[in-house]
Design a protein around this ligand. Structure first.
Ligand code: FAE
Length: 547
């Protein structure tokens, strides 16, 4: 059978009781962190929303990978943690009985406060596929800056709710370019293994891969890669592979095989709700306020920090403004969210002593998308698992690592589709536009050209070998490259520059960055395992020395 490792496979919508019942896993997890959790008779009350005037030991902004690691480890060390999340809880089924909507049928649950979808792949056969939707605090944010659209997850679980679950540890020889100031021995010896175990990372069973219809598209990808002499690798994922095999056998409810991915998976995916966050909440020391957006952090008169958060309704309107005091604040709002907050707080005088590195060093992980048109005798299959499981590694020779991605349309497309991660050298900066009252990013669309050139080191050769061409109907009319977007924002508060070597904002004791903002723009592979492992490293140090 497939190789799912530890973790808590389950379903979104797991009940609070489920979180509490999961306490048995706590000791194992605590042992990993080298700490024993303080005993607690009861879990926190279910609805412990932020209350104005409260004094909190720790407030975490955001519930993605960095925030979830911080919350779990602090709670295990005996510290009460309150997590503030601007997105929804995603624990309640909608009118169709499902928590998440399908990729092919986007409804109000799909996008963050938009009246029209903004699909990453926005054309098909040259026709636009976006459609009108009711404005709602949906799960996927397509945040638009001047030269790039940055896709991000919104809700309790952050990006883990919407991502493909591809859980990739960078090759060790590339690590120096990923986090130059971090000792690879400790990362590969301790923190990457810890992150992989906690996230529940596993790999598809190669025998099943070879026989199942739902990975025909990936086998076509393998054949083409290998015939052109490229290394083809299986890519680990946090999807429960046993569940997927049961989906294919018709004995489990379908999620990956029903095209669910971009707007959430109703079954099978081990998002943070099933792993770190479940274990954090099982300590009884972690509470979460969904639909609360932090807008200010500033030193408080009597010590600690005054944090202001706006409570939102599902139409995005502010229904309350709450002010609390926290001894420590962890910025875990994601690369974009943390950068925007810090840049705003520095520029508007709330945290004026933040250094000039804040906002700098932002990259797109070199993301670029493309499709290839296959011959009619090379079908990629009507049934495609929405969870990618393989890639083409041309990093050393061409600076490109290409995921063989699905196009789960339900019809035969004769297309091979790829998201390529490249060694794009460009880095952008967030800055405060006082006149407009907003943070801007100076990325330029033309900066994708190196990514396109690197991706072409793979696909030009494959096309030449196979006698095939690029698809021109997926990103517009006669447009080959999906060069307007990224799924992998990284940087903006880079480790060792905006912060010290453990994420401390040293001008303000008790303020920390612990998310993708710390990583200087590229991880050579998909980023969340590195974000998680770095957070594990940093929080261990912070707990040992600062608390
Ligand atoms: P993140 O997970 O984004 O969490 C930040 C959280 O903070 C979010 O829940 C925000 O709503 C919240 N927030 C932001 N601002 C505020 C505020 N002011 N107040 C309160 N809350 C706030 O951050 N990565 C992989 O490794 N493998 C994949 O297969 C993969 N596929 C992806 C597919 C898609 C469509 C997308 C969008 C991303 C994908 N990623 C993938 C990227 C990955 O999800 C991302 O790197 C991580 O989620 C980033 O983790 P952070 O902890 O930095």
């Amino acid at each position: 059978m497939s190789g799912s490792t530890s973790g808590h496979p389950g379903h979104p919508g797991i009940s609070r009781r489920g979180f509490i019942a999961g306490t048995g896993s706590l000791l194992g997890a605590a042992a990993l962190a080298g700490r024993v959790p303080a005993a607690r008779a009861e879990a926190a009350p279910a609805a412990a929303l932020l209350v104005s005037g409260a004094r909190l030991p720790v407030l975490v902004i955001g519930t993605g990978y960095g925030g979830s690691v911080a919350a779990l480890r602090l709670a295990q060390a005996g510290v009460d943690v309150h997590m503030v999340e601007m997105g929804m809880a995603w624990d309640t089924p909608g009118p169709d009985g499902k928590v998440f909507c399908n990729t092919l049928e986007p409804d109000h649950r799909s996008y963050w406060l938009r009246t029209r979808t903004k699909a990453p792949l926005n054309y098909f056969l040259g026709l636009p596929i976006d459609r009108d939707i009711p404005r709602h605090t949906g799960i996927l944010d397509a945040e638009e800056f001047g030269g790039i659209t940055v896709y991000q997850g919104r809700g309790v679980g952050g990006g883990s709710l919407v991502n493909g679950g591809m859980a990739v540890t960078p090759r060790r020889e590339n690590f120096g370019a990923v986090l130059p100031s971090v000792d690879p021995a400790e990362m590969y010896g301790v923190y990457y293994p810890r992150a992989n175990a906690e996230l529940g990372v596993g790999t598809v069973d190669p025998d099943w891969f070879d026989s199942t219809e739902c990975y025909r598209y990936a086998r076509v990808g393998r054949k083409h890669a290998q015939r052109s002499g490229f290394p083809f690798v299986f890519v680990p994922d946090v999807y429960d592979w046993d569940h997927m095999e049961r989906e294919a056998a018709g004995t489990a409810p379908k999620s990956a095989l029903a095209g669910e991915i971009l707007y959430g998976n109703n079954h099978g995916k081990k998002s943070l709700q099933q792993t770190y966050l479940a274990r954090a909440r099982a300590t009884g020391r972690v509470s979460v306020s969904p639909l609360h957006r932090v807008v200010s952090v500033a030193p408080a008169g009597g010590g600690g920090y005054t944090v202001v958060a706006e409570q939102l309704d599902t139409g995005g309107a502010v229904t309350a403004t709450k002010t609390v005091t926290a001894d420590r604040v962890f910025f875990a709002a994601g690369s974009v969210g943390t950068s925007k907050l810090l840049v705003t707080l520095k520029a508007t005088g709330a945290l004026p002593l933040l250094n000039d590195e804040v906002g700098r060093g932002w990259g797109d992980n070199g993301n670029v998308m493309c499709g290839r048109a296959n011959h009619l005798w090379d079908p990629t299959g009507r049934l495609q698992s929405a969870i990618p499981c393989a890639g083409i590694d041309n990093w050393a020779a061409g600076g490109a690592f290409a995921e063989v991605a699905p196009l789960p349309t339900g019809i035969e497309t004769y297309a091979s589709f790829y998201l390529t991660i490249t060694a794009n050298p460009h880095r952008a900066r967030f800055s405060w536009n006082a006149a407009a009252g907003r943070v801007e990013l100076d990325w330029r669309t033309a900066w994708k050209q190196p990514s396109i050139d690197m991706a072409r080191t793979i696909f030009d050769r494959i096309n030449a070998k196979e006698g095939t061409i690029y698809r021109t109907d997926l990103f517009g009319v006669y447009k080959i490259w999906g060069d307007h977007l990224t799924y992998h924002p990284l940087g903006g508060a880079v480790l060792g520059r905006a912060t010290d070597h453990y994420g401390r904002l040293t001008a303000y004791p008790g303020l920390y960055v612990i998310d993708g903002a710390l990583i200087p723009g590229n991880t050579t592979v998909n980023p969340f395992v590195t974000i998680t492992a770095l957070a594990e490293r940093n929080i261990e140090k912070i707990i040992a020395t600062d608390l």
